[in-house]
Write a protein that binds this ligand. Sequence first.
Ligand code: GDP
Ligand code: MG
Length: 483
Amino acid sequence: LSNAISEVAKNIGGRQKMTEKSIANALKDVRRALLDADVNLGVADTLIEGVKNRSIGQEVTKGVTADQQFIKAMYDELLDMMGGDSTVKNTGTMSNVPAATLAVGKAEEPAVILLAGLQGAGKTTAAGKLALYLKEREVDYDAVEAMGEEEASKLLTSRMPTRNRKVLLAAADVYRPAAISQLEILGETVGVDVFSMGTEADPVDIARKAVEKAKAEGYDTVLVDTAGRQVIDEDLMDELKRVKEEVQPQETLLVVDAMTGQEAASLTAAFDNAVGITGAVLTKMDGDSRGGAAVSVRGVSGKPIKFVGTGEKTPDLEPFYPDRMASRILGMGDVVSLVEKAAAEVSDADAEAMQKKMLEQKFDFEDFLKQSELVSKMGNFAGVAKMLPGIGGQLDNSKIREVEARLKRSKAMIQSMTKKERENPDLFITDKSARSRVLRITRGSGNSFENGINFISEFQKMRTMMSRMQKQMGGMPDGVGPN
Ligand code: GDP
Ligand code: MG
């Protein structure tokens, strides 16, 4: 989907104003790309209509080309389509807020999260992943909110305060004997207790007893893994309804397989109609490159995607961030939003100078520092990091910490450079004393020589890439690009 849309956008070119006619073909192609990506038909049409309304008659903003602006319109529509619900707490200082946070249970009562879905969707795996997430990684937005704007805006993702729940897993899939041991193994892996009553018990009793145990022993969250069937059937729905009635979960999450494309969306709607759900966990996102499920679920069912599974291992779970997903779907969208954010922060003159430097491959270490500072000014690092040429690419959540560390190292090395070196990155490559220069800046900053070499070569790659990108963005046929 990503490639298709950026190709389409290219054909719009660099006109001053978008008209119905100038975008008609583009919209037709985008619609086809959406359907190819297995986006639900109704959702695709809503998206197209929205992009049309946002684009037609719009003046093309200075410094941005028409194709970029078209992509931005597409991005905004995707965001609306996948975006959050009222449970989202936006502190206003962070650009990266998940679509929906989990409903928090009353302090004196354990919160109950019920997992439902078809067999093989990834429920049991998701139970283990969620247990780990709630135990170690769930951001405590209340604490962030209590902090006040300034302190909160300094937070990096890795330093966000966490809630650290005490979780109890309940094994309520009694139909497959292996399901219980699968959950027990997962529980052991993530260090969370598992409650089971064997395969003879009624799932309703299991869930109730698990909650009683949680109350008695001070667990604050109970995750109930339930049985699935091949297809939706009345028995399954009935059992779910009974469990739900009994334990009154704060969250009933439908676990759906992203590989099923728009099927995932209609399944979510069906489950919601039958038992009432609060949101979806979209699994196997690592195997789905098309994005049809992610785009369609909320549009079809009205329920938000709360988490995505990105692999088979227990840490492979992330909150669903509509903005990141929209960027990922659009690919090029990253560039546009960076341009957009940058424009708000940098004066026009600065931006022009920077673009010119990028274009001529004169971007130097001083500029790198300036850009990094800009990044921290823009707020949440995670959201911006992946937009940065050279750093971005396939950056996922688990890599962000690593990138942060790398950026810190890089800054330290730059700070150990002389002014002349900062302004002449080539001194570290072609100069006869390049090697000793690298040695000096690495020693001076407590880095290994290898770190130094890597940084220099990454920086060089980034320069080339920036230049190439600027040429693509700037070299529009009628000369409307960044000016
Ligand atoms: P359940 O029947 O709904 O409980 O499904 P399971 O949790 O047993 O998972 C079924 C299969 O899907 C297992 O082989 C899991 O390893 C795999 N699986 C679950 N989630 C993911 C995911 O996010 N990515 C990938 N690649 N595989 C997953
Ligand atoms: Mg299972």
